[in-house]
Design a protein around this ligand. Sequence first.
Ligand code: PLP
Length: 410
Amino acid sequence: MTDWQAQDPEIWQAVADEAARQENVIELIASENIASQAVRAVQSSVLTNKYAVGYPENRVYTGNEAIDRIDNLARQRAQDLFGAEYANVFPHSGTQANQAVYAALLEPGDRILAMSEHAGGHFTHGQAHNFSGQLYDAQFYGVDPATELLDYDQIERQAREWQPKLIIAGASAYSQLIDWERMRAIADEVGAYLMVDMAHIAGLVAGGVLPSPVPVADVVTSTTHKTLRGPRGGMILSKQEYAERLNDAVFPRSQSGTLEQIVAAKAIAYREAQQPEFRQYAQQVVNNAQLMAQILNETPNVRVVTGGTVNHELTLDVQATGMTGEEAANLLYSVGIATNKELLPLESGNVMEGIRIGTPTITSRNFTEDAVQTVAELIGTVLNHPQDEAVLTTARQEIQRMTQQFPATR
Ligand code: PLP
């Protein structure tokens, strides 16, 4: 990263600052990760110069010989990795993947039933402030107040009443298993399509540590940059019977040219995810999150929502510290630990009384149990001593030591 410094020193400096930040912070934002050198390098290749409009062998412009090979490889690798009959690797983001699925399966005004934001659902699943809630008519399901787990009997009752055309499962902040088969049964009972958005857990599914929704759902969407550890982007997997409708919904209905440098990076990431080391990484992500949850559950004044985790993330209820989620996240960031504020399933307002903690990035940095224990203890100590400068200074020093011990460059 030296040859363009003189050409644009301001942007160069901002990128250098971000690289330093990533190196010096313990990154616990559950949706982030560290992509490999190859995934990063191909994104700054000549592929960014090429317009690729349409699908392989059916392009608007000439000159797509190599691009067709890249697209076909990426699509085939996605299908092989997840055992899918169909894959579309063109959506620029998770949001665009969801948009294309709705366009393929629904008409404006059709009914959706999806997980509420309080329970951990994503806002592109029908929330009023998103196109999905403006174009379609959405209702939301939540969790059982006693267990904070999805209440499938209640979801079934809601589905019978609401008669949605599409049921969406999948979350941004839900730390327990979602029963794909039960969601399928509910969808079948009311004649709805079942879409699973596995954006957060795609890497754990690919790594074989969580059950795959691919054989169960009609359509599965995902991002490629979270636990999957590829470039920022989206994808769609489905049964063959939806192929034509989904192809059309992606191009030409919702996008024109593909980002070929990103498609190539997705292809590299899919191949990486087929290696044995990726399975070890996926298992370690979960081991690290479970240890983090166990230690934080034993820490005064904080509580792990649902009591634990089976995946890469946990939501921490910080109400007893007297801080909001935002204040807690800012406090932790002031000592070098990055998290984000999060809604709690049972909070009545929209204050965000929790924080979300995830282990993908630290696992990619080779943190194992000893280091995770130190981080969890530091989080507990800092949250319980927000005003104690001596405690905060010691935490900062410890975090500096750890970030030096575990470099962020892969
Ligand atoms: N779906 C889920 C479950 C997500 O968590 C996210 C990202 O946070 C998205 C979709 C949206 O992905 P993107 O930011 O790539 O649009």
